[in-house]
Design a protein around this ligand. Structure first.
Ligand SMILES: [Zn+2]
Length: 303
């Protein structure tokens, strides 16, 4: 699965440009620069879900005195793309959306830049202070690191790996669960964070057993692909695998229900809305589609 909705990225990330101290001055003076404002995890879009890009000259933002909120996203033949974090700039946007909701319908160029901007905003908001000495850190490298002026440590935006898996049994049924707090009809593939010192595959086996009581055949696991899920900092790594056991004992703390669905039960549930699938931008949607073997109708999603 190389074409996952939020994994799409076509613009050069221009890593070499980040360390150029003049990059921002140059970019801000160029008529080719396009600015994406990110605010609380949301971006401004048109009715057709195209990003509303702004030219630097039309912004009142004081980039000379406050350069720390501008991040370099990438450069292509047409433009230099930058993100401006948290600005209260008034835009004539028709809507502010999260890539979580709109990502599957955005163009490849737009979604890649919007996902990166979303991830950077989430990281900067939660890493204002040094985790070694608690001093306020300074943004460096065009938004791609922060340095502590006190102990000179450097901090980089990190992603937290998580696994997600479509498990099926010998009869071809798929294992789906409803997390605590979800609506009655919401079901998805099982997922969880990878613990310190743990491999992805071990996490799949452990999490499925913890959440459902089902034992997974580790040798059956097939890795299908990954996508960033910057809400706030995950990287979802998708698998398919086979169950060695069928008995379900749902983890009462995490899951309201876990059950097996035959193809017939799955189609019937989705059709009468007693079963609603995750957002089409999610890797869960694609894993379920991979099991189903054909394109899922969009209205089977809860989104
Ligand atoms: Zn420090």
């Amino acid at each position: 699965m190389q074409d996952l909705a939020l994994a799409r990225f076509t613009v050069d990330r221009a890593v070499a440009v980040r360390s150029n101290p003049d990059w921002l001055t140059d970019a801000w003076q160029s008529s080719q620069t396009r600015v994406l404002i990110v605010r609380d995890g949301k971006i401004p879009v048109t009715d057709e879900l195209s990003i509303i890009w702004v030219k630097p000259e039309s912004l009142s933002y004081n980039v000379v005195d406050f350069p720390e909120s501008v991040m370099l996203l990438g450069i292509d033949d047409d433009h230099t793309y930058v993100a401006l974090l948290g600005s209260s700039e008034d835009l004539e946007a028709t809507a502010w959306v999260s890539v979580r909701d709109a990502g599957a319908q955005m163009t490849t160029r737009d979604v890649g830049l919007a996902v990166t901007a979303t991830a950077l905003e989430a990281w900067h908001l939660s890493h204002i202070y040094c985790h070694k000495c608690a001093a306020p850190t300074k943004v460096q490298n065009a938004g791609w690191s922060r340095t502590c002026p006190n102990d000179y440590s450097t901090h980089f935006p990190r992603t937290e790996p998580a696994m997600i898996v479509a498990i099926e049994d010998a009869a071809g049924r798929i294992l789906l669960g409803r997390r605590v707090g979800w609506e009655q009809s919401w079901y998805s593939t099982l997922a969880g964070f990878i613990e310190a010192g743990e491999s992805c595959e071990a996490a799949v086996v452990r999490e499925v057993f913890e959440e459902s009581g089902v034992v997974v055949e580790r040798e059956s696991l097939r890795y299908l692909g990954s996508q960033p899920w910057p809400f706030p900092a995950s990287l979802m790594m998708g698998y398919r695998g086979l169950a060695l056991t069928e008995q379900i004992t749902a983890d009462q703390d995490e899951m309201s229900d876990v059950r097996w669905f035959t193809r017939e039960e799955f189609v019937a549930g989705c059709t009468n809305k007693t079963l609603q699938l995750p957002n089409p931008a999610s890797i869960a949607w694609r894993l379920i589609e991979n099991w189903f073997g054909e394109t899922l109708p969009r209205n089977w999603s809860r989104a």
